[in-house]
Each structure stands twice: as C-alpha cells, then as structure tokens.
Design a protein around this ligand. Structure first.
Ligand code: NAI
Length: 272
C-alpha cells in the first residue's frame, strides 16, 4: 500500500453514521494516509453516538451540522478551521436520505414536501456546502471536493424513486460548481458513482438485496465494497488526481459498461 498520500492535508468528512458507512471507512483510510480532518453529521445522527467512537479513533472531533442549514455549515467551517489550524484541502459529501423511500411511496405517488426534503438533503446540501466554502474562502488551491452518487441518475431503477432525481441534480451541481471552483480557486469537484453497498442508506431501498445480487452478477469485478470506495476517495483527495474535475466517476466493478454477463445469461437460458 502507498503511504502518506494525504500527509499535510486537512478536510471535512460528512456522513459517518456507523461502521458500514462509506464515510466511516473513508475516515479510517484518510487517517491511515496522514490526513487531519473533522467529522460531522446531522445532530440527530450524533445522538446515536457511534460517530464519537470513530472520532476518538481518528484523534479528532465531531461537529454536529444539518447539511441543509447554511447557518450550521458556516459554524461547521469556522469550528473546523479553528481545530485544524487552517483552510481545507478536501471535503466529502456522503449524505443521502429520502422520506419517500423510507415510507415506501411509489414514484407515481410522491409526497412533494418529502421529495423537496430528499432533494435538499441529498443534492442541494452539496451546493450549499460549496457556496459557503466559496464565500468564506475556506478551500486551499488544488483542493478536492467529492460527493457520492448512484447510476440511477442515468438509468431507471424503479425502486430508487425520488433519489434518482436527487442524484441527477447532485451530478449537475457537481459540473456547475466544478466549473466555478476550477476557475476561481483550482479546486476540483467530482462525484463517485458507487456500486450498491450494504449500509443504512443503501439497504433502506426497496428490493436492495435483489439489485445488490444482480449488480454482483453483472459486474466483471463484482460489486465495489465500501472499503474499496474509501480507497478511491483517498486517491481523489491526493495530489495524484489534480486534473480530474466535473466528472461522474464510476466505481462499480465494470457494471455501468456491461450489457449482459454470462451469469445473467445462464439464469435466463432455460426460460420458455
Ligand atoms: P449511510 O446511511 O451510512 O450514510 C448516509 C449519511 O447521511 C448518514 O450518516 C446520515 O446521518 C447522513 N445525513 C442524512 N441527513 C443528513 C443531514 N440533513 N445533514 C447531514 N447529514 C445527513 O449510507 P452510505 O451508503 O454510506 O451513504 C453515503 C452516500 O453514498 C449517500 O450519498 C448515498 O446515496 C451514496 N451511495 C450509497 C450507495 C449504497 O448502496 N449504499 C450506492 C451509491 C451511492
């Protein structure tokens, strides 16, 4: 394994809820690679307590912030700057939530107040994080900002309902703000489009087991794990990827470019 890829780098990691979270694995890897960072999550998630254990393991603090609140984001950046002793080299947005999915609403029967909540929490919060970062000028040059997406932004996965629209918006915001941040500050902005992963957000989606297994059979390398995703995030925060920006980067074992696999063909071979 390479060492110290993030030595001297400082940042913020959102979204570590429990040990399955992609952000949790990322925090451990970032620490291993020499980064200093602050953890943050919604105040309600903090009450569950596990993230404080992670903070101890990573020699850091947790600053509660609702990612939909500009005020909370401002406070987060102020306190993080103070703790880290300077501006940030990386920001990870690892946040997603849909009340419509949680409550089993079909795509043709969306509750629009809830849909707005899904878009705000899962996509517009990324815009808010970047807008506040730009206004407060908290990013260092050649910094890296990342969010996590899913292929339902490009193709229909019926059970993904309003989260598909949220992810499409998230990827559009990535391009829009990536342009600005590139021009103004040489900061790159990307999304990683991750395989289905067994986490609280992932397994809350209806039929998760079926599409996890389907993706596993479709992908020549198999599904990418949360840990492998954390490795990819670390490389995207490192200086080895400085010219990559405004991209949606598939991290899916080859799923997105596979039409059909032999395993899937076998399953359908005997159907009459
Ligand atoms: P997770 O459930 O561990 O993480 C989601 C996080 O969002 C939680 O920590 C939760 O507390 C946080 N959150 C929710 N509302 C918030 C708010 N208002 N303010 C601040 N934080 C808030 O699940 P996972 O899978 O690690 O999710 C991370 C990201 O990865 C999400 O964007 C998700 O959509 C994305 N993703 C997940 C996949 C999966 O199959 N698990 C596949 C592709 C992308």
């Amino acid at each position: 394994m390479p060492e110290n890829l993030l030595k001297g780098k400082k940042g913020i990691i959102t979204g570590a809820l429990d040990e399955n979270s992609i952000a949790w694995k990322t925090a451990l890897k970032a620490k291993e690679q020499g980064a200093k960072f602050v953890l943050t999550n919604a105040p309600i998630a903090m009450r569950m307590g596990a993230v404080k254990e992670l903070a101890e393991e990573c020699d850091t603090i947790v600053i509660p912030a609702d990612a939909t609140s500009l005020e909370d984001i401002e406070k987060l950046y102020d306190e993080a700057k103070e703790f880290l002793g300077g501006n940030f080299d990386f920001l990870l947005h690892s946040i997603g939530m849909s009340p419509n999915i949680r409550k089993g609403k079909a795509y043709g029967d969306l509750n629009y107040d809830w849909a707005m909540k899904s878009y705000d929490v899962s996509a517009i919060s990324f815009h808010k994080m970047m807008q506040v970062a730009e206004k407060k000028d908290v990013m260092n040059e050649w910094g890296s900002i990342l969010a996590l997406s899913y292929i339902a932004a490009q193709r229909v996965f019926p059970f993904y309902t309003d989260m598909a629209d949220a992810k499409a918006l998230l990827e559009s915001i990535t391009r829009g703000f990536g342009y600005r941040f590139g021009k103004n500050k040489k900061v790159r902005v990307n999304t990683i489009s991750q395989s289905p992963t067994i986490t609280t957000a992932g397994s809350g989606i209806g039929g998760f087991d079926a599409f996890f297994n389907f993706a596993q059979s479709m992908s020549p390398l198999g599904n990418a794990s949360a840990e492998a995703c954390a490795d990819y995030i670390v490389t995207m925060f490192s200086d080895l990827t400085r010219m990559v920006t405004m991209q949606n980067l598939y991290h899916d074992g080859g799923y997105s470019n596979t039409g059909i696999s032999e395993e899937i063909m076998e399953k359908f071979a005997d159907l009459k």
